[in-house]
Write a protein that binds this ligand. Structure first.
Ligand code: SAH
Length: 207
């Protein structure tokens, strides 16, 4: 899987590749699908959600430009896989998941892997997590109509935010926002397809 990320997708960051090598992805997918855990595709998990494709996990991690002191906010912990990868790359990871059963299982998997610098809590991540703000990096693994205002506000000057954004759920772009002294710079990193970001500053549950 890691060779494929490097050769086929051009993932170059050695720390990201090492983290992807170290975190056992099969541990985060349903038992029946464990044989497919190291293929480069998203897979279904509980509650109609998905574990992200390895390529997108690597790409988003790379775009966050983390080091061992970074504090990271993650929205949409899902299986906890991306959380575990981020925990290898950063100093501290605060992760939010709106579905309580997923949040509970993600947290227990992370503890079972002896990862102690990541915490998963259950609430609406579009509000951010102000108690630990500001963050060096913010990652949302679910797609919304725009970057939620509270997340922009909780980013440090110099910080990076990566998230899928699209006016329609089926037309998302991977967006990176960098906060600088004068405001925010925005980059487009191509098409992507994520489950919807549901919450106060995301999509409403019905749509
Ligand atoms: N990176 C995760 C991807 C999980 S899919 C993994 O690899 O497993 C995205 C997750 O975002 C889903 O579990 C969904 O429940 C969650 N989500 C959607 N809207 C959210 C919100 N407002 N706050 C927190 N989590 C949210």
């Amino acid at each position: 899987m890691v060779e494929h990320l490097r050769q086929h997708h051009g993932i170059r960051d050695a720390r990201v590749l090492a983290a992807m090598r170290e975190v056992p992805r099969h541990y985060f997918v349903p038992e029946a699908l464990q044989g497919n855990a190291y293929g480069d595709h998203a897979l279904p998990i509980a509650a109609n959600q998905t574990i992200s494709q390895p390529y997108i996990v690597a790409r988003m991690s790379e775009l966050l430009e983390l080091d061992g002191d970074s504090s990271v906010l993650e929205i949409g912990a899902g299986s906890g896989y991306q959380t575990a990868v981020l925990a290898r790359l950063a100093g501290r990871v605060l992760a939010i998941e709106r579905i309580s059963e997923l949040a509970r299982v993600a947290q227990s998997r992370i503890r079972a892997l002896n990862i102690y610098n990541a915490t998963v809590k259950c609430f609406d991540g579009t509000l951010g997590w102000s108690a630990h703000a500001p963050y060096d990096a913010i990652l949302a693994a679910a797609g919304g109509p725009e970057v939620p205002e509270p997340l922009m506000a909780q980013l440090k000057v110099g910080g990076r935010l990566v998230m899928p954004v699209g006016e329609r759920r089926d037309a998302q772009r991977l967006v990176r926002v960098i906060r600088n002294a004068d405001g925010y710079a925005r980059e487009d990193h191509g098409a992507c397809a994520f489950v919807p970001l549901i919450g106060r500053y995301g999509w409403s549950e019905q749509t």
